[in-house]
Structures are given as structure tokens and as C-alpha cells.
Design a protein around this ligand. Sequence first.
Ligand SMILES: Nc1ncnc2c1ncn2[C@@H]1O[C@H](COP(=O)(O)OP(=O)(O)OP(=O)(O)O)[C@@H](O)[C@H]1O
Length: 293
Amino acid sequence: MTIAATMPAVRASELTLRYGRTLALDGVAFTLRDGVTGLLGPNGAGKTTLLRIVATALAPDSGQLTVLGADPRTGSGRLAVRRRLGYLPQDPGFHPGFTAFEFVDYVAILKELTDRRARHQEVRRVLASVGLERQAGKRIRALSGGMKQRVALAAALVGDPDLLVLDEPTVGLDPEQRMRFREVIAELGERRTVLLSTHQTEEVMALCQRVIVLDRGTVRFEGQPGELADLAAGRVWTSGAREPRALASWRTGSGLYRHVGDPPPGADLVTPTVEDGYLLFVDPSATHGGEDA
Ligand SMILES: Nc1ncnc2c1ncn2[C@@H]1O[C@H](COP(=O)(O)OP(=O)(O)OP(=O)(O)O)[C@@H](O)[C@H]1O
């Protein structure tokens, strides 16, 4: 079953969550529709906390949340969400003695695929979709980090869920594996709603139709990656020397220095990237303090 194009898969407002004295989420609001949305933010921004809430693994202290038309505050609502959700957590909690097949089969059992034959067919399908058909019989402890990550993604794909929540899915992967993951995720995003967290702006450019920038528990930006890049227009330039007053200034492969910040008069402005826009939001010395007001 697919969700109607007009209906957001996730609608959240005023989500707040504290761990003791740490305010991890502070009035977070966003809407997710079909396609791939990247959740970008520095360490400790609240990304994992937010993904766990959307995946119904954690309840917010306050705020409103609708996931796939259901209310996760109720038991029946959580069950309805979990039946149509695929979640790749940061730490999937593998039993290392399981084979890849056994682990994904175990997840399929938890997802109520009771018919053994159909279930095994589904396990083979999802393992093949991440290129692991030949490793299905290997013990997880014997797999590389990248392969373990693929097993975790395969488990999230069981049952062809309408909503996929992926916590840093490409972390620790080599470039080839990352490309392979991108192919799988992009294809899913053509038919489903995918929310993935990442530290990598290049991932957002490569994959995401939309991006949410989270910093210190607050949404700083929500829109298209191109719009985030455009926010840095006029604030990125190159020159032949380091610029100590810039927010960021580094020597590039060409030998020229690239700077983000307030350019001097007559600066050689260049086209900004998503990373430039992101830097302006998350750098505490940036002049975007009013954006979240
Ligand atoms: N179980 C917990 N107990 C106490 N504090 C926590 C707990 N989990 C997270 N935090 C704190 O809440 C804040 C948000 O953490 P969270 O893991 O959601 O951020 P993140 O954006 O996913 O970070 P990273 O990119 O490093 O994974 C941080 O300050 C973190 O230290």
C-alpha cells in the first residue's frame, strides 16, 4: 500500500525531548512526503533522537506527531506504524553468531511474516537488493563493517515498507559500497518516503530531494538542497591566500583558497554548494542567528 501523494508520511510539530538536563529536541517541526529527505546536523544535534521518535522507538516529552496517518502515542498507532516502517538504527544490535540470512529472517518474523516459504523468499529478495546473495550463509561476525551495514539495510527493507528511517546508513562504507547504497536508497525514494541522517553534505546533494538542518535540537532549515546552497550566494569566494576572518577558509586542490563568510569588496565570488549553506547555519559565529527565531 502506498500513501496518497497529497498526504505527508510524517507530520511533526513542537517535538521536545529531554535526557535529564540535556534538551535534545526543542520544539521541532517538519513534514515528510515521498522521496528522500536528508537530516543534516553536527554531532549531538539531536538527529538520532528525532529518528528514534519517528520510528516509534522513543516517545517525545511533548509535541504532536503523525506517522503514516497513525498516532504513535497509542499502542494501536505504534503497531500500525511499525507494520509499515523500516528502521536502520545506528547500532543494529546484531547477534554475531547469526548468519546474514538468519538475522534478516529473525527481523521478518518480528515483522509478522508468518508463512515460512514466503518469508524466506522475502529474505532472499532483500539480501539480493543490497548485493548480499552470496554472503547470506556467512556469520555476521565474519562480515566486514560495510557488509554488516548492508545486512542492517536489508533488514530494514523487509516487507517493502512505506517509510524508511535510516540512521547514518552509509557511515563506514567505502566509495563503491556507498554508491551501491545510494542506488538502493534512491530507488526506494522513487516510491516511498525515506528519512536518512547524515553528516555528509555530498550525500544530501547526491540523494536527497529535501533536507532538514538540525542544530542543537532546533530545525534551522527545511527545503531543497539547492535552496540551502543558494543561501550562501555572495558569501563564498576564492583568493590566493588564507582569510582568517572567514568562517571557513581552506586551500583547495587547485592551490586556490576557498572561503565562506563575509567577502571583502571585489572578491572573486564562486557558486556555493550545499556544504557552504550548511556551514552558515551551524557555525555559531555565522550571522544567521535570526533564522530560527
Ligand atoms: N541516552 C541518552 N542519555 C543522555 N543524553 C543523551 C542520550 N542520548 C543522547 N543524548 C544527548 O542528547 C543530545 C542529542 O543526541 P543525539 O544522539 O540525538 O544527536 P545526533 O545528532 O544523533 O549526534 P551524532 O551525530 O553524534 O550521532 C546530545 O547532547 C547527546 O549527548
